[in-house]
Ligand binder design. Structure first.
Ligand code: NAD
Length: 375
């Protein structure tokens, strides 16, 4: 099996390369974006040892055309991934994520032999605020508005002001992204869907929740809330928690994500599907802080600031039933076990600079995307 991984030098790519079958021939095309690869502008030695590495933007199709002829499976990971940043660096996100995917498809259309399967790393961001219920029906409420957030009313309510309960995200739910990042991930899905249908290529769209674990770039302040929390707790630095800290996310361990991608890549029969990939459990940010503190053995000095990021969603959790139907089971790593592995790795790394994190907050304040509740 010959596998092309775009964006393969990143966090999830590194794990994937390790977990693909040893006899798979791997080609990695990666720009080595400076925001992600801060320390070294070269492929990591373990990637070089295992794969043919091409440093290029996916948009520069001439740079990797020859190398990918004869590819069986394409795993498209290359993307800019900062949700907040996507709200002001809009054209950059559209270029890399949407045009990057379009160019990849143009390249595939010139190949003599088309790949058998394409796997896209999409995101839960395509669901936006997701679905809610009042116990009787399912609703897709309009996103939280500025006026209510400024009053510190964080939960999603019905049009008559009644609080609603979040429903686990199902693949059949409506897609209605609340960020430019989410929109570009949806465009990636749609571009691939329309192309793959016309070419009879088996398309597998995986919608990842919040992926965490060892090897996640610590120097990138735009992604990875777990890295930011861990850093502050381990260094004994003050930590700011937005809103009231009770928003929930579904944190899925990177090893589980990589195994799911490998399962899809090596599956014999046609899959032709969209699948959620999450742990399948909602956890509040305060729970995450508590768990990290217990593992590190230090109490967190955190402040619940009441600041909020415009466009942030309140709750997210994946319904993993579809994955279980397709593959029989889903036995994810628990948050405690995953964080313990993360902490073991983290302690050998250079910590995230507080200055970089504060600069990213300043940038969001300047662009009107990080606000404070009134009163
Ligand atoms: N990590 C998460 O929590 C998460 C959640 C949902 C979806 N995803 C998706 O999974 C994929 C991988 O995410 P990750 O966490 O490994 O991110 P990452 O930033 O660590 O890796 C992305 C890689 O893509 C490369 N890249 C970016 N733009 C490129 C371009 N135009 N051409 C070539 N290479 C380019 C970067 O250099 C980087 O190595 C992304 O598509 C992301 O949208 C990730």
């Amino acid at each position: 099996m010959k596998v092309l991984i775009t964006g393969g030098a990143g966090f999830i790519g590194k794990w994937l390369i390790e977990k693909l079958p040893p006899d798979a021939e791997i080609i990695v095309v990666d720009l080595l974006d400076k925001q992600v690869h801060r320390k070294s502008h070269d492929f990591a030695p373990e990637i070089k040892a295992r794969a043919t590495c091409i440093q290029a933007d996916v948009q520069e199709i001439e740079a990797h055309k020859a190398a990918i002829e004869g590819t069986d499976v394409v795993i498209h990971l290359a993307s800019q991934t900062g949700t907040g940043q996507s709200m002001y660096e809009i054209s950059r996100y559209v270029q890399h994520n949407a045009n990057g995917t379009a160019k990849l498809l143009e390249l595939i259309s010139t190949l003599e032999q088309k790949p058998r399967r394409i796997i896209l790393s999409s995101s839960r961001a395509v669901y936006g605020d997701g679905a809610y219920t009042d116990g009787k029906a399912i609703y897709y409420p309009k996103g939280r508005c500025l006026e209510t957030l400024q009053k510190g009313l964080w939960e999603v309510c019905s049009s008559s002001g009644e609080p609603l309960t979040a429903v686990s995200m199902q693949e059949t739910h409506l897609t209605k992204p609340t960020s430019v990042y989410g929109l570009t991930k949806l465009w990636q899905e749609q571009l691939l869907q329309s192309y793959c249908e016309s070419q009879m290529i088996d398309l597998v769209t995986l919608r990842f929740q919040n992926v965490y674990g060892p090897k996640q770039e610590l120097g990138n302040p735009y992604t990875g809330i777990i890295g930011i929390f861990t850093n502050a707790i381990a260094q004994g630095n003050p930590l700011e928690v937005f809103e009231d800290g009770l928003m929930t996310r579904d944190f899925v361990f990177v090893g589980d994500v990589a195994e799911a991608v490998v399962k899809c890549a090596t599956h014999e029969e046609t899959l032709d599907t969209v699948m959620n990939i999450g742990m399948g459990q909602a956890v509040t940010l305060l729970d995450v802080i508590q768990t990290i503190s217990e593992i590190v053995g230090k109490s967190a000095q955190y402040t619940v600031s009441g600041r909020f990021r415009v466009g942030d969603i309140r709750h997210a959790v994946a319904d993993m039933s579809h994955y279980k139907t397709v593959f029989g089971s889903w036995l994810p790593t628990s948050l405690k076990d995953g964080l313990t592995q993360y902490l073991d790795w983290y302690l050998g790394q250079e910590p995230l600079s507080q200055a970089a994190l504060q600069a990213s907050f300043k940038e969001m304040e300047r662009t009107g995307l990080l606000l404070t509740k009134q009163g």
